[in-house]
Each structure stands twice: as structure tokens, then as C-alpha cells.
Design a protein around this ligand. Structure first.
Ligand SMILES: Cc1cc2nc3c(=O)[nH]c(=O)nc-3n(C[C@H](O)[C@H](O)[C@H](O)COP(=O)(O)O)c2cc1C
Length: 322
């Protein structure tokens, strides 16, 4: 814990108090490298040890600055951690925190209890996630409120804030409230370098609201924030509630998802339709057919209402932290 006298940003080698959130399947080397090169911390989030290694190598060929890898605990296997250990920072999410890599490790958490657990497990810091965040949502209260409570419970512990970050003022508020850095996902999804499907980006640019639901929970029954599409219109209620049968199917699928080969998962994704009861959590990436934008989760945070332009990752970093 001696290292804590050196700030977490210095330990990482981070120039600016800004992190691009790992976004499963859509934050790959192009985005991560561009963010890191601009002075923020770029994060790669892809499933599979080989993909992690090749994305990290590709990012390294584009920048010599620090790069992070994000791993989802319900799915990550030992080989994924081994590949991720080559990154400058490993970020984990969703599950019991446990140290699995020797280097700098951050755990994204949604409660004071979870922050305590991360610290007890030896995490170098936490990302405090608020309920307004996009993607899977661990937090149940606004990010700044949770930050205040985590800060009070663990005053000297490094902590970043995720949720609600779209402008320079948002970053300044986060830092003024005691965050070492701000974490933005949706803002970086709406960048040229993000490999989300172009139609997915367009939907977000014109969206004014989001839904918190468990609809896309096949293999991972957990709350997530999305923008409406045909799937939510046909199966989710106005506040995101889903039919009991979907809940049952999602719950029953959870145990097998970790052991389902990537190839089988990709086939399930290719056949997904808006009325299917088995809606997987795969985000619509640019390599999926356009119709998947109606059948897959259009993950986005509440900031989507305040973002109306696609920008380069470099411009986003500049607009957020100068
Ligand atoms: C498209 C998308 C995918 C996400 N995937 C992941 C993920 O794979 N792992 C993770 O730790 N967090 C994931 N998140 C959540 C982010 O880490 C972060 O909490 C969130 O983006 C912050 O809210 P914001 O999007 O409003 O900035 C995702 C968020 C989005 C928008």
C-alpha cells in the first residue's frame, strides 16, 4: 500500500484524468489506441485470450502510452487473464473481486460493500458506477452520490467515476467530488474509431432517453441500460420490465454461457430476431448485419440525450479534458 502515496494516475502513467470505458466487443484497438495516444486511458474489451492478445498487440503498434484491458468476471477464463496481464491496467466488472493479475488492477463496482470487497481483495482502486451508466449497470444510485459514500467509507483509496460523463464540466465535477479520473463509455461509443454498427451510432445520436431492462439477458441475466429498438418495443414494458418467461429463460441460460464456445454464441447472435425470447447481450458491432440493430442491445447511458455528434476519439479527449 506504500504506492498509494504516488497517485493512481502517476502509477498508470496517465496524463489526463480520463478513462475510456471498456465496452464489450466494440472498444477494440483503434479506439483504445486513439484515446491513449490523446492522453486518456484507452480500454480494449473483447472476449477470448487470442483476441485480447492480438487487440493489445495492435494497440501497442499504434501507441506507446498505457492501454487497459477490461474483463467481465462471469465469462473471463484463466487464459483471458493471462493475456490481459500484458496490459498496463486490467479492469474487471460484475462479480466477486479477486486478484488474478500481478499489475495494476481496478474493479468496477456499484455499491460501498463492493468497493470494500475490491479493496480487501487487493484491487489498486475502484471505478464507482452510477445508475445512469450505459451497458450493464451495477450501480443503483447516481454516480456522484455513490462516489461520496464510497469516498467517506474509503477516504484514501483510489477511485474513478463512471456514469454521466459527456462534457468537460462533468469531468470537472467528478474530480472536484474526489474522483481521481472520470470514465466515459457512451461518449466514446459515439466516436469514429468505435466499431459499433454505424446504424447503432445513428440511433444513439437521435435518442433522448434510455431504458433500464434485463431483456438482453440470455447468458447474462443482469440489468443493462439501452436505447429503444424493435426488441424493446415488442417485449419490454415502459419501465423496461420483461415477461416472466423471458426472465425464466435468461436465468436458466446463465450457467451454460461461460462454457458455450464462441462459434456457437456467434451463430445464436446471427439468428437473433426482435421477437426471440433468447436475446443475447452482444452489442451490435459493425461486422454484424444491420437487422441486428433491431434485435440486439443498443447500450447507452443517460448522457445519450446530451450527445449529438460523432467525433474522433482525439477530439473527445480534448473536449473532455483539454
Ligand atoms: C456499449 C457499452 C458496453 C459496455 N460494456 C462493458 C464491458 O464489457 N465491461 C465493463 O466493465 N463495462 C461495460 N460497460 C459499462 C462501462 O464500463 C461504464 O460503466 C459506462 O459506460 C459508463 O456510463 P456511460 O456510458 O454513460 O459513460 C459498457 C457500456 C457501454 C455503453
Amino acid at each position: 500500500m506504500d504506492d498509494q502515496r504516488v497517485s493512481i494516475l502517476e502509477r498508470i502513467g496517465l496524463e489526463k484524468p480520463l478513462v475510456q470505458a471498456g465496452m464489450g466487443g466494440v472498444s477494440r484497438h483503434l479506439l483504445a489506441a486513439a484515446v491513449s495516444e490523446a492522453g486518456g486511458l484507452g480500454t480494449i474489451a473483447v472476449p477470448g485470450a487470442a483476441a485480447i492478445a492480438s487487440e493489445l498487440a495492435a494497440a501497442r503498434s499504434m501507441t506507446s502510452k498505457p492501454v487497459a484491458v477490461n474483463l467481465l468476471l462471469p465469462f473471463a477464463r484463466r487464459s483471458w487473464f493471462e493475456a490481459a496481464a500484458a496490459a498496463d491496467v486490467v479492469v474487471t466488472f460484475w462479480g466477486t473481486p479477486k486478484r488474478r493479475v500481478p499489475g495494476i488492477w481496478l474493479h468496477q463496482c456499484g455499491s460501498v460493500d463492493e468497493a470494500h470487497a475490491a479493496r480487501a481483495a487487493g484491487a489498486d482502486g475502484v471505478i464507482v458506477q452510477g445508475v445512469e451508466a450505459g451497458g450493464h449497470v451495477r450501480g443503483t444510485e447516481p454516480a456522484l452520490e455513490l462516489l461520496e459514500r464510497v469516498k467517506a467509507a474509503l477516504p484514501d483509496y483510489p477511485m474513478f467515476l463512471a456514469g454521466g460523463i459527456a462534457t468537460r464540466t462533468d469531468v470537472e465535477n467528478a474530480v472536484a467530488s474526489g474522483a481521481d479520473a472520470a470514465v466515459a463509455g457512451t461518449r466514446f461509443l459515439l466516436s469514429d474509431e468505435c466499431v459499433a454498427h454505424p446504424e447503432y451510432k445513428q440511433r444513439l445520436l437521435s435518442a433522448n432517453s434510455t431504458i433500464l431492462t434485463e431483456l438482453f439477458g440470455f447468458g447474462w441475466p443482469a440489468p443493462h441500460r439501452v436505447v429503444a429498438n424493435e426488441a424493446t418495443a415488442s417485449q419490454a414494458g415502459p419501465s423496461g420490465e420483461i415477461p416472466f418467461i423471458n426472465k425464466l429463460i435468461n436465468r436458466a441460460s446463465a450457467a451454460g454461457a461461460r462454457f458455450t464456445p464462441e462459434s456457437v454464441q456467434r451463430r445464436a447472435v446471427a439468428h437473433q430476431s426482435p421477437t426471440s425470447r433468447m436475446l443475447t447481450p452482444h452489442a451490435p458491432s459493425e461486422d454484424l448485419p444491420r437487422r441486428f440493430v433491431e434485435a440486439g442491445p443498443l447500450y447507452a447511458g443517460e448522457t445519450v440525450a446530451r450527445i449529438d455528434k460523432l467525433l474522433s476519439a482525439e477530439k473527445i479527449v480534448t473536449s473532455l479534458v483539454g
